[in-house]
Design a protein around this ligand. Structure first.
Ligand code: PLP
Length: 356
């Protein structure tokens, strides 16, 4: 079976982990600091704050902005649930705005109308590795005095006019096992704002600057040295991985027939965390057909966040037609760097023949 995604770890990562085990320092030491510096520099910002996951990075970023009960944060419903949950965890309310049908990201044209006196921030998600319309979002945020928290969990190295995502607002990245760059589990906040970085560092480590002196209420969102050691090696490979993902995506897009292939907006660099096509009729039949031919696929995501039972229980009754339609039509195909030419040709043949 050609897997939909796969962690790409080699001997260097294994060696790096073994070296940590010999040091006796397992959590938040020199390797975490080096990883923070390296990833911040990769994104073109001054600070990196490593965390235990993308979810905790988002949660710490929302809290570090001082967002809390009574506040609203505008975000997309077409995402992994963690994006919106980060707002709920702070006691604030996620307000969902529909998406752009081509990029699958927050529709900047609908965003301004959703602003109320309670709105504190916009939380755009660079879904599947395609950057959001950051020029429009930063403009709206500046005019209304709102913070911008970028969910870049799927978009390591994606750019808008050569500027990396995670450098526009406060960036939140995930290094989960199948992400473009992994530490098994892990996350990181990127920012140029000294005070915000300081608050995020306090939140991630029980509000303590000095051990057992707590100046804020925080969490244990720390990254281990083992994770950071893997991350440092992976970061060195990321550009090569991204080039392979982009080449695989281009190969597929030039050959697939009868489906809607991913869009890359002008000036944007898509990093293809997922290669997501749309199948207006027969998505599930195509997925079955591909599985029978040894090709795994994924539906990211079958239900938008506002339609999840957990959110219905909170009283969400929104109707967001584009997100709801897209959830019925999307299918992600393998695009990861481990694909061979034979794999790619099998995917093309599988999609182009025998199911519709
Ligand atoms: C868009 C998005 N946001 C947030 C997260 C949460 O990241 P993590 O799984 O590292 O907690 C993920 C990862 O699955 C994600 O894809």
């Amino acid at each position: 079976m050609i897997p939909i995604s796969i962690p790409l770890l080699g001997d260097e990562e294994k060696q790096a982990v073994l070296e940590v085990l010999d040091t006796g320092q397992l959590v938040q030491g020199a390797r975490v600091a080096a990883f923070e510096e390296a990833f911040a520099s990769f994104c073109g910002v001054r600070h990196g704050v490593a965390t235990s996951s993308g979810t905790s990075a988002l949660q710490a970023a929302v809290l570090a902005q001082g967002i809390g009960p009574g506040d609203e944060v505008i975000t997309s419903p077409f995402t992994f649930i963690a994006s919106a949950n980060a707002v709920l965890f702070a006691g604030a309310k996620p307000v969902f705005v529909d998406i752009d049908e081509r990029t699958y990201n927050l529709d900047a044209n609908l965003t301004e109308a959703a602003i109320t006196p309670r709105t504190r921030a916009i939380l755009p998600i660079h879904l599947f590795g395609h950057p959001c319309d950051m020029a429009a979002i930063m403009d709206i945020a500046a005019r209304h005095g709102l913070a911008v928290i970028e969910d870049a969990c799927q978009a390591h190295g994606a750019t808008v006019n050569a500027r990396k995502v995670g450098s526009f607002g406060v960036g939140c990245f995930s290094f989960y096992a199948t992400k473009n760059c992994t530490t098994a589990e892990g996350g990181l906040i990127t920012t140029d704002d000294d005070e915000l970085a300081d608050r995020a560092r306090l939140i991630r480590n029980h509000g303590q600057r000095q051990r057992y002196y707590h100046e804020a209420i925080g969490y244990n969102f720390r990254m281990t040295e083992l994770q950071a050691a893997i991350g440092l090696v992976q970061l060195g490979k990321l550009e090569r991985f991204t080039a392979a993902r982009r080449a695989n995506a281009e190969y597929l897009s030039q050959r697939l027939e009868g489906v809607i292939v991913p869009h890359e907006a002008p000036g944007c660099r898509h990093v293809y965390h997922q290669y997501t096509i749309r199948v207006p009729h027969g998505r599930d039949e195509l997925a079955t057909h591909l599985r029978e031919r040894g090709i795994a696929t994924g539906v990211y995501y079958p239900l938008p966040v506002h339609k999840q039972v957990a959110y219905q229980r909170l009283g969400y009754t929104d109707h967001l037609p584009v997100a709801e339609k897209v959830c019925r039509e999307v299918l992600s195909l393998p695009v990861h760097p481990a694909l061979t030419h034979e794999d790619l040709d099998n995917i093309v043949k599988g999609v182009n023949t025998g199911w519709s």
